[in-house]
Design a protein around this ligand. Structure first.
Ligand code: UD1
Length: 386
């Protein structure tokens, strides 16, 4: 048995950072808890640089107190093929030099696919966190990333029993699948009190003298929603209608900001930072983790096409309308506060009005979404190696 194991942890894009934070914390805790003579785990953090802007990356390292990456591949934006290929080339160099015992990938972004593929070909064991989620929609780049990553990983850690079923249906053997719960939830529960101290509501004029105004939060960035002008305009028209009843705060992803400019859609949005409480869609810059958590926690309603936000609103008990035709996270609908409204104007507006008129759904917390997922992952992985 080796007395040191090197585990290489990969993060590339914004939604990855919430998933690696509890993992690194748990590895450090495990190392300090173990008595002398036990195998030590050396975490080696690789940032692929898929997201490079401070607002999409650096602020999350600060908010979540993630240690500085051991290496940043600085890949940046490109087409899918170029981005994936560049990550593979650089990551292979890292693996050859560092000779890790394990590569841990999280989520479903291009970095997840690229790094798992490199590792498996170098015969390095791969663990995939958040395995088994399926939207059954192959037009979604993330669905391709999920299917391929799961098919080549050695250890598949799932957030719900539905994901286990998906993997078994695809022929993954039972002994590779570990239902451990949700690491995004670990992060949320750990940072909730800290987020509560954020002054974002005051900054946005949403809170005065302890009174919090009604508002909705919007996020939108999926290529299927923002890359086609007709679809994007239809969604925004519906939101404009809803904003007559409640102001909508929109921390816009950088790719969405670019699309708004490309399609010349600025007139739909309010850009001034001083809110005057009249109903509108107020665009703001992407927020850090703590500010965003505070904003969503106090919202009357969240409208989004994100994957992770469906899970976060379920934990927070805040109603969420998902502006997509499908979801890889159906448990947020069957157990949580999420409702899939698609992209038709009628459904988006009807869904929002129902909530605003008091018809919100009451959810429950899914099994193992309890803050202990990272601990379960590390304990299972240690069992595999020792
Ligand atoms: C990626 C993930 C998606 C995840 C999202 C969260 C894939 C296939 N998609 O999508 O699953 O929900 O991250 O944010 O991996 N950009 C910047 N600065 C940055 C990063 C991106 O300006 O730091 C802009 C660029 O115009 C870039 C575009 O956003 O071309 C898309 O970025 P990319 O990393 O390719 O994918 P996302 O759409 O962010």
């Amino acid at each position: 048995m080796k007395n040191k194991l090197k585990w290489l942890i990969v993060a590339g894009a914004r939604p990855n950072f919430m998933k690696i934070a509890p993992l690194i914390r748990e590895i450090e805790k495990n190392n300090s808890d173990r008595v002398k003579g036990y195998t030590k785990i050396i975490p080696f953090l690789v940032h692929t640089g898929q997201h490079y802007d401070d607002r999409m990356s650096k602020i999350f390292f600060e908010d979540l107190e993630i240690p500085k990456p051991d290496i940043d591949l600085e890949i940046g934006s490109a087409t899918h093929a170029v981005q994936t290929a560049k990550i593979m080339i650089e990551f292979e160099r890292v693996c050859i030099k560092e000779k890790p015992d394990l590569v841990i990938v999280v989520g479903d972004v291009n970095s997840t696919l690229a790094c798992s593929l490199v590792a498996v070909k170098l015969r390095i064991k791969v663990a995939h966190i958040e395995a088994g989620l399926r939207s059954f929609d192959k037009t979604m780049p993330e669905e391709i990333n999920r299917i391929i990553t799961d098919s080549i990983s050695d250890y598949l850690f799932t957030t719900c029993e539905g994901a286990d079923e998906n993997l078994k249906r695809e022929g993954v053997s039972d002994d590779k699948i570990f239902f451990v719960g949700n690491m995004m939830v670990d992060t949320l529960l750990l940072h909730r009190n800290k987020a509560d101290k954020s002054n974002i509501l005051e900054k946005l004029n949403l809170s005065m003298n302890g009174h919090i105004n009604n508002y909705a939060v919007l996020t939108l960035h999926r290529p299927s929603n923002v890359d086609d002008k007709e679809t994007f305009s239809r969604i925004v028209e519906s939101l404009k209608h809803i904003s007559k009843s409640i102001p909508i705060i929109f921390p816009a992803h950088l790719r969405t900001q670019k699309q708004i400019e490309t399609f010349n859609m600025q007139d739909y949005f309010e850009y001034s930072s001083s809110l005057n409480h009249t109903a509108k869609i107020q665009i703001i810059e992407p927020l850090g983790y703590l500010d965003f958590l505070k904003l969503t926690s106090n919202a009357k309603l969240v409208l989004s096409d994100s994957g992770g936000i469906q899970e976060e609103t379920t934990i927070l008990g805040v109603p969420c309308l998902t502006i997509r035709e499908n979801t890889e996270r159906p448990i947020t609908i069957t157990e949580g506060t999420n409702i899939l409204v698609g992209t038709s104007s009628e459904k988006i507006i009807t869904g929002a009005m129902k909530i605003l008129n008091g018809g919100e759904k009451v959810g429950q917390i899914p099994k193992f979404w309890d803050g202990g997922a990272a601990k379960r992952v590390i304990s299972k992985l240690i069992d595999q190696f020792m």
